[in-house]
Write a protein that binds this ligand. Sequence first.
Ligand SMILES: Cc1cc2nc3c(=O)[nH]c(=O)nc-3n(C[C@H](O)[C@H](O)[C@H](O)COP(=O)(O)O)c2cc1C
Length: 147
Amino acid sequence: MKAVILYASSHHGNTKKVAEAMAEVLGAELVDLTQEQKADLSDFDLVGIASGIYFGKVHNAMQTFLERAVFREGQRAFAVCTCGANNGDYAKRMADMLEGKGLTCVGSFWCRGFDTFGPFKLVGGLAKGHPDRSDLEKAKEFARGLM
Ligand SMILES: Cc1cc2nc3c(=O)[nH]c(=O)nc-3n(C[C@H](O)[C@H](O)[C@H](O)COP(=O)(O)O)c2cc1C
C-alpha cells in the first residue's frame, strides 16, 4: 500500500509527532506542507492530512494544499488534527473537507496538543505534555486499523 501523510505543524510540532508515529506504522511518505506543496496525489492508495488548529481552522498551508491538490475520485483518505481544546469537532470537519474533495474518508483521529498561544502561555499552556506517549500509541493503533 502506497501511503502519504501531508502535515502542517507550526506551533510546537505537536501534529508532526502524531504524523510521524502514523507514518512509521504505515510506511508512509511524509510531506511538510509548510516547506513544500504536493500537487498530484493520484498515485497514492491512502492519503492522510494532518494539521494543528489555529483560530478554529486548519493551517493556511493545509488550506492551500486542499484547494490545489489533484486527487483520484473515491481515493481513500484520513484526517488528523491536534488542538488545545478538548474538541473532536475539528477532526470531523477535516474529514468533511476530504469528502468534499471527492475522497472517501476512512477515519479521523485527533488528540490534544500543547498550546501556549496568547493568554494560555501565562498559565503554563493548555494540554501540557501532549501529545504524550498514550496519544502516540493511540495514533499508531488508529494507523494499524487503516491497513
Ligand atoms: C495562533 C494559534 C491559534 C490557535 N487556535 C486554536 C483554536 O482555535 N482551537 C484549539 O483547540 N486550539 C488552538 N490552538 C492550539 C493548537 O491547535 C495546538 O497547540 C496544536 O497542537 C498545534 O499544533 P502544532 O504544534 O502541530 O502546530 C491555537 C494555537 C495557536 C498558535
